[in-house]
Ligand binder design. Structure first.
Ligand SMILES: [Zn+2]
Ligand SMILES: [Zn+2]
Length: 155
């Protein structure tokens, strides 16, 4: 963990959005909305977060243990993966939701994640009245969609 500044700690203690400092509602932990999450990380740096995850992994695949030399030419064989995928409500920029995978392991995991997503969609569509949410929900109402998804997964 990167050490926190007093200001940051204050914000966390008071449950305020890291981007706009408005109070966090419900189970929101760092940002009040998906928009604020995005804005925050446009201002900050995805590259450094990614490097930090790679470094902490000791340049090793979290699934199969395949390891690569730090100065290897084959960096592109590794990806930084979202443990809980973004499309399943995982946090895009939470370091705890990131892991390093080699390409073959990543391919397998992505296939599984997608299957899970389609299973959930199918399940949700079976719930009466849920269709309403699907008209543009995925694009325009991400927050609502994510909330519904969480409710559904918990049910
Ligand atoms: Zn905010
Ligand atoms: Zn692997």
């Amino acid at each position: 963990m990167i050490p926190r500044s007093d200001e940051e700690q204050d914000r966390i203690d008071n449950k305020l959005c890291a981007n706009c400092c408005s109070p966090l509602e419900g189970r929101r932990k760092a940002y009040c909305s998906d928009r604020c999450t995005r804005e925050y990380w446009i201002k900050h740096d995805w590259g450094s977060l990614r490097n930090s995850v790679l470094q902490k992994s000791n340049y090793t695949c979290a699934k199969c243990g395949y390891r690569i030399a730090r100065d290897s030419l084959y960096w592109s064989l590794f990806v930084v993966d979202h443990i809980k995928p973004i499309f399943l409500g995982g946090n895009e920029f939470d370091e705890n939701n990131l892991q390093v995978l080699c390409k073959p392991c990543d391919k397998k995991k992505t296939a599984k994640d997608k299957q899970r997503y389609y299973d959930i969609l199918r399940g949700m569509k079976a719930v009466q009245g849920f269709e309403l949410l699907f008209d543009g929900a995925l694009h325009d109402e991400e927050d609502i969609f994510q909330r519904k998804l969480e409710e559904f997964q918990e049910a």
